[in-house]
Design a protein around this ligand. Structure first.
Ligand code: B1M
Length: 219
């Protein structure tokens, strides 16, 4: 099968919400030697973007969103393993400690998980707080674990505000100067990051790794 065909089929399987098909196709794409990052971008992410557009247009429903989310998760987990295997994953000397999570009231974690995977394979020591993380936990972990970098992901226009609240809470706890903050997630922008006083913003996982390195180098 040509690579363009397999990306399209993966994308289609995500749109249809068929985890078994996603699994088979992703495994096949890896078997024929396609790059995991390409499979992610041209296959899985492409599919999930279409699902979002169709959901917004009222052509798909919540159940479709859930099914697509499951299919996407299975595919990205396979790719996470493949990426870690390819790069040796663990065992790389840590280039910085990162604490990361999806903000309170937001359960979208697929994109955040991809950011976590790429940060790990690039040699960051990552503590993933998961999703729907209360601000008190963010502050507590920033204090306890003393990360160089704190990552906050938000996928809803209604939860972006938690990124701002978390930065304010860090200030109140006297921790803001000790940790750099990077934010991301589909509704966020560079302007938003500036407005709320974050140190960095990234539109995707690859840019997140680049920005994280840059922020730590500036230290
Ligand atoms: Co939701 N959802 N969803 N959803 N969902 C969106 C986000 C939406 C845009 C769909 C739409 O209407 N078009 C819309 C938000 C609208 C808005 O706020 N403006 C929406 C909605 C409305 C909802 C619900 C409210 C639906 C409902 O209940 N009526 C509900 C909310 C639940 C909640 O959180 N409280 C809901 C639920 C869900 C599911 C649970 C079904 C599922 C999530 C499953 C999961 O994550 N485990 C889901 C899904 C799958 C989506 C879409 C279709 C896909 C999201 C995704 O995984 N994208 C999404 C539409 C879309 O985005 N096209 C949608 C792929 C992923 C690789 O990209 O997450 O953007 P992304 O991550 C990227 C970058 O943003 C960046 O790097 C990542 C990798 O490249 N990035 C960072 C992310 N975090 C970063 C952090 C960084 C740096 C970069 O630094 C720290």
């Amino acid at each position: 099968m040509a690579s363009a065909d397999i990306y399209e089929k993966i994308s289609d399987a995500v749109i249809r919400g068929y985890p078994e098909d996603v699994e088979t196709l992703v495994k096949e794409a890896l078997r024929i030697g396609l790059d995991p990052i390409d499979i992610l971008k041209k296959g899985l992410v492409n599919g999930v973007k279409t699902v979002g557009e169709k959901f917004e247009a009222g052509e798909l429903f919540l159940v479709d969103l859930i099914m697509a989310g499951n299919a996407m998760s299975i595919g990205s987990e396979l790719l996470r393993e493949a990426i870690e295997e390819k790069t040796g994953g663990k065992g790389i000397a840590s280039i910085g400690r990162v604490v990361i999570g999806t903000v309170k009231d937001d359960i979208h974690d697929i994109g955040k998980n991809i950011v976590v995977t790429l940060l790990k394979v690039e040699g960051f020591e990552v503590t993933d707080l998961g999703k729907d993380v209360p601000i008190e936990i963010v502050v507590k972990k920033a204090d306890e674990l003393k990360p160089n970098l704190l990552g906050l992901s938000a996928l809803l226009t209604t939860t972006m505000i938690r990124q701002k609240e978390a930065i304010e809470a860090l200030k109140e706890a006297g921790l803001r100067d000790r940790v750099k903050v990077i934010i991301g997630g589909a509704p966020t922008t560079e302007e938003w990051a500036k407005e709320i006083g974050a140190d960095g913003w990234a539109p995707d996982a690859i840019a997140a790794v680049r920005k994280s390195r840059e922020l730590l180098e500036r230290d």
